[in-house]
Design a binder for this molecule. Structure first.
Ligand code: CA
Length: 513
């Protein structure tokens, strides 16, 4: 506004104004729709981003992702609505909870005919593109350009889809996805329009296959263990005890790189075997058992996972460098997030699904030059449900009345509305299924979390201030009776507000007749 006033004042000076240079920041520039670059990964735990601190920050730093925190905002209370891949992606596309957008679990196909934010961005003049992992089964709609991995895709020499057309690539998926994103930015878009690019990595999804150049990274390093690596699940209910996602029991030989991946070509296989075979021979000779074996598996898992993260971080660096060099950085919002979080040995687990902290949370960092204060932190409760409306708000598009989140634009500008949400609703549906995590829903505030495993009719309550690692449910503790009552009321309120429908009866495993 000041710029505008000063500009008018300058004009009123009369004829002399005509020869004055055009103001560097004109009203037109101020109104210009910013570009949006959404960099997204798959299963990237906040514990594996050094800007969030924690036990891995020193051993496996992520300087390029951290740059977004340094030059923008880091969200410390960022969550998902349903912690599993495809449902999270459907929530982001639609701004609606799973029971409304129709993707409750990884088995369901996204109805790509429904309203999505990219379709609405195009209506206000944006060019839209998606490269990398899509994972919604249907052919992407609402994008001027798409080149996506089929299903989960491969780490090595991936095939990709342009519409229904298959294109074979040679190399490592994280590099290739970045190459495709940069190629679109440089050569394939209409430069007269603002852009929205979703650059979506497969990494670091299971089976955590690193770039060949990183196979020996961390070889001489001891990765710190979480305090609850040997969790016995006392103090919680059936679901935590009966899952099938533990490092001890579930992780298999392919996960642990005791088997050479089949997608490598002959030349790549030589490099891979040269790196892993000596390490595997040493492991076989050691004949580890019990806790020593779990500790070895944890080290192998974390090193491969963090090797995958190294490539993600390097490639974020490549993109930021291009934005700097091209001059795009000034008018481009860069957002980094993951479809959901992940267990890196906490509770003895890998995978996600639970409403417990490590998988309920997801990383969120954003840099918006001129709007977001560098080095700022938001501790407001935000959810992936908010992304669609945020993108639309940034673009100056109308807020569709049927979306269920809220724009993060005011938060990015450092002004949290007084009416901002004080609680979050969560609902996980995929059971019976791989990893055997029971269906549950719940409500969380900044201080407490109430979870209902409704098929078991078991409840858990956690005091997030006194017990941040969620080791002991206080549900049966009389001291927490009023907290439980309040949260049950809040859960009912949220379910009504989000129009939550009763889930279908539990599918029974097929019986042989
Ligand atoms: Ca995922």
């Amino acid at each position: 506004m000041n710029t505008r006033r000063n500009f008018l004042k300058t004009v009123s000076l009369g004829a002399a104004a005509a020869v004055l240079p055009r103001p560097a920041f004109s009203a037109d520039n101020a109104k210009k729709q910013p570009n949006i670059l959404f960099i997204f990964s798959d299963d990237h735990a906040f514990q594996a981003i050094s800007a969030y601190g924690g036990r891995l920050a020193k051993v496996a730093p992520t300087p390029n992702i951290d740059r977004l925190a340094k030059e923008g905002m880091i969200f410390t209370k960022s969550y998902v609505t349903n912690s599993i891949c495809a449902p999270c992606r459907a929530v982001i596309q639609t701004g609606k909870h799973s029971h409304i957008n129709g993707v409750l679990d990884n088995r369901q196909r996204f109805n790509a005919d429904q309203q999505t934010f990219p379709k609405l961005l195009r209506k206000v003049g944006y060019q839209t593109a998606i490269v990398g992992k899509w994972h919604l089964k249907a052919i992407p709609t609402g994008f001027d350009y798409s080149e996506v991995l089929p299903g989960q895709g491969n780490y090595y020499n991936p095939t990709m889809l342009i519409g229904p057309k298959r294109v074979k690539h040679t190399g490592y998926v994280t590099d290739i996805v970045t190459d495709l994103g940069l190629d679109w930015l440089k050569n394939k878009r209409d430069k007269s329009k603002p852009f929205m690019l979703m650059l979506q990595h497969k990494a670091p999804h299971r089976r955590w296959n690193p770039n060949l150049k990183h196979l020996n990274l961390f070889d001489d390093v001891e990765i710190p263990e979480p305090d609850n690596l040997f969790d016995d699940y006392k103090g919680r209910g059936t679901a935590a005890a009966k899952q099938d996602m533990s490092i001890a029991k579930t992780m298999d030989r392919v996960d642990l790189k005791l088997v050479t991946p089949r997608t490598l070509n002959a030349e790549q296989k030589k490099v891979w075997d040269a790196a892993y075979q000596p390490k595997n021979a040493k492991f076989q000779a050691a004949k580890l058992e019990g806790k020593d074996l779990i500790r070895w598996k944890y080290q192998r898992y974390l090193k491969d996972y963090l090797r995958c993260i190294r490539s993600v971080d390097e490639n974020v660096g490549r993109v930021l460098k291009y934005l700097d060099e091209s001059g795009l950085a000034k008018n481009t919002i860069v957002i980094y997030s993951s479809d959901q979080g992940f267990y890196l040995g906490e509770h003895g687990w890998f995978d996600k699904r639970f409403m417990y902290k490590e998988s309920f949370r997801t990383p969120l960092l954003a840099r918006w030059p001129g709007v977001t204060k560098p080095g700022s932190t938001s501790a407001d409760l935000v959810q992936n449900l908010d992304y669609a409306q945020t993108f639309l708000d940034i673009a100056g598009a109308p807020d569709p009345s049927d979306m269920q989140g809220a724009s993060l634009k005011p938060l990015l500008a450092g002004k949290t509305p007084a009416s901002w949400r004080k609680s979050l609703y969560y609902h996980y549906y995929e059971f019976p299924a791989v990893h055997s995590v029971r269906r549950h829903e719940g409500v969380a505030t900044k201080t407490h979390k109430l979870i209902h495993y409704y098929d078991l009719d078991e409840w858990e309550l956690f005091d997030l201030v006194k017990d941040p690692d969620e080791m002991t449910s206080q549900y049966a503790n009389p001291k927490y009776a009023s907290v439980v009552a309040d949260l049950k009321t809040e859960l009912i309120r949220l379910k009504a507000a989000y129009k939550v429908t009763k889930p279908a009866p539990l599918r029974q495993p097929r019986r042989r007749t």
